[in-house]
Design a protein around this ligand. Sequence first.
Ligand code: NFA
Length: 103
Amino acid sequence: MSPTTVKPKTTTKTKVKLERPPLYKVILLNDDYTPREFVVSVLKAVFRMGAETASRVMLTAHQKGACVIAVYTRDVAETKAKEATELGKAKGYPLFFTTEKEE
Ligand code: NFA
């Protein structure tokens, strides 16, 4: 009987590390000139808020100076902040949205 060669089975496992993308806050800043209703309409249009949430967020920014609106990946946060700021600019308002990396 001929000897048999046993080939050991080997497997290689590559572990892929999946990291979550860092998140960015979009922040609404208060100013003295943009009408409240306009701020609410921008929050509804750009950030898909309902009337009540939009009013609450607008009032918080009005009273405290700023309010975190939502959290997105960097691209989405920056695009939405820019879009919302542009809507105010188009009407001559100083309305401003900024972004900040979440810790
Ligand atoms: N402070 C603005 C006003 O009294 C309203 C406002 C709220 C503007 C939140 C910007 C952000 N008309």
